[in-house]
Design a protein around this ligand. Structure first.
Ligand code: FMN
Length: 454
């Protein structure tokens, strides 16, 4: 193999890209390649990782090397990008391979954390299949988080992500909360119930939660992701010091820049199409409602850290499109709700499988923060109330959960928090491992032909 060009890696700044031509690519050994590089570069190479292995008979157009330390994590196994044959794809392959290496995964796919829906079994199945599984503990306390960490670790040795919420504390407003409970009272009564006498902040923010931080520093999850902003620098530095990789969710360039400044390793670009809570740091600030396409491209062009696209991505063609925009991976939530490993109830699954899945609504009536939900009885309420009358998150969620429980007890499932993204009609109902395998095959297909298989 002949080295034609040596390009400093764009991703981590500690990597080299070797653009190669001809020669015995498939059989080339890392040591041979290393000695082909200039003496200075060779001397710098503490450890050479050959991440690209070509299928037999095809000489790879490029090889990606990492200049790493012995303490760095091992490289992922052969990745999907190894079969790419176009050197023109190299810049984005650098970004992809740098993120795969950072997270220690094989596929550029993240199963989105989904509080109340994703489970340790789902995360483990996804991680075992080569993507990054996520455990959502934004609504869990320290004990539940410890238990979930144990459950996921019992099922997989692979890296996984643990997701926490960094919302600002609710601004309590007794008068507004009383008005909100009064507004909901007729609905409670129609189910033979009554609204709670008062509302509480049902979830604690990770910001300032020293007990949770101590647990994470002790447990050292491989990856931690933040939603609704980020914790202070000291927490970020402490998690980094524990060897944890950090992701943060952004819905705009300003939020992405704030996350970069906070020190995250990669940014989840969450478009307006996305299911579940919008990751906005301030739910009352003006929102440009950028879609996944525009946001991903914008952040990929302007941010220094890798970008993970999220929102409305349901299959390999969608992932390939995100990568073409410069994303280093895609995060899929709604696509995984139908997996048997999720904890979505029967009514949620049935709605997702029905024509009703074509209709989603961004509303804050359910929880107090904007979130995309399948259109249901609860979201209908959002159309007739003044959303400024909804108490802050998570206080409003206490009322929403009580109403959903009263309705369910009366046989009405339409008040559930049935979060889903705009791609919901493309949901599949297969085990997580089968879904990841299908996503991988579709991604390969779309990468080769530039087209989806359907
Ligand atoms: C049911 C559900 C629950 C979610 N819960 C969380 C969560 O706990 N933490 C988080 O960071 N994102 C959460 N999200 C948002 C996802 O991280 C991601 O942005 C979104 O799923 C991407 O859009 P998609 O659903 O169209 O794939 C949730 C999404 C869904 C659908």
């Amino acid at each position: 193999m002949r080295i034609k060009r040596v390009v400093p890696g764009a991703g981590s700044g500690r990597s080299l890209l070797l653009v190669c031509g001809g020669g015995a690519g498939p059989s080339a050994r890392a040591g041979v390649l290393a000695s082909s590089v200039s003496a200075k570069a060779t001397a710098e190479i503490a450890r050479v990782w050959l991440l690209v292995r070509a299928p037999s008979g095809i000489s790879p157009p490029f090889c990606f090397f990492k200049l790493g330390s012995a303490a760095a994590p091992p490289p992922p196994a052969e990745g999907w990008f190894s079969r790419s044959r176009s050197a023109a794809r190299v810049p984005r392959l650098i970004a992809v391979s740098a993120l795969l290496e950072l997270l220690g995964i094989r596929l550029p796919i993240v199963q989105a954390p989904m509080a109340g829906v994703s489970t340790p079994a789902l995360a483990a199945a996804v991680s075992n299949a080569g993507a990054l599984g996520s455990v959502a503990v934004g609504t869990a306390d320290v004990e539940a988080t410890r238990r979930m960490l144990g459950e996921v670790r019992a099922r997989t040795q692979r890296p996984f992500n643990l997701n926490v919420f960094c919302h600002r504390p609710a601004r309590r407003d007794a008068a507004r909360e009383a008005r909100w409970l009064a507004a909901l009272a007729p609905r409670f009564q129609s189910f033979g119930g009554a609204p709670p006498a008062q509302l509480d902040e049902v979830y604690r923010s990770f910001v300032g939660d020293d007990e949770m931080l101590a647990l994470l520093l002790d447990e050292r999850p491989p990856v931690v992701s933040f939603h609704f902003g980020a914790p202070p620098r000291a927490a970020i530095d402490a998690l980094h010091g524990a060897g944890t990789r950090l992701l943060g969710s952004a819905t705009s360039l300003d939020e992405a820049r704030a996350l970069e400044a906070a020190g995250v390793d990669a940014i989840v670009a969450q478009g307006y199409e996305a299911g579940g809570h919008r990751g906005v740091a301030d739910p009352d600030a003006p929102d440009d409602r950028l879609g996944t396409l525009a946001l991903t491209r914008l952040l990929a062009a302007r941010c220094r850290v890798p970008v993970v696209a999220a929102g409305g991505i349901m299959d390999g063609a969608g992932i390939a499109a995100a990568l073409a925009l410069g994303a280093a991976a895609a995060q899929l939530g709604t696509a995984f709700i139908g997996c048997p490993e999720s904890s979505a109830d029967d009514a949620y699954r049935a709605a997702l499988a029905s024509p009703a899945s074509a209709h989603t609504v961004m509303t804050r009536v359910v929880s107090g923060r904007p979130a995309r939900c399948l259109a249901n009885r609860f979201t209908e309420l959002g159309a007739i109330v003044d959303e400024r009358e909804v108490p802050d998150y998570p206080v409003a969620y206490a009322a929403g959960k009580a109403l959903a429980a009263a309705a369910r007890a009366a046989g009405e499932p339409g008040y559930g928090a049935q979060w889903a993204g705009q791609g919901a009609p493309l949901a599949r109902f297969v085990p997580a491992a089968a879904l990841v395998a299908a996503l991988e095959a579709e991604l390969l297909q779309a990468s080769r032909t530039g087209a989806s298989s359907i």
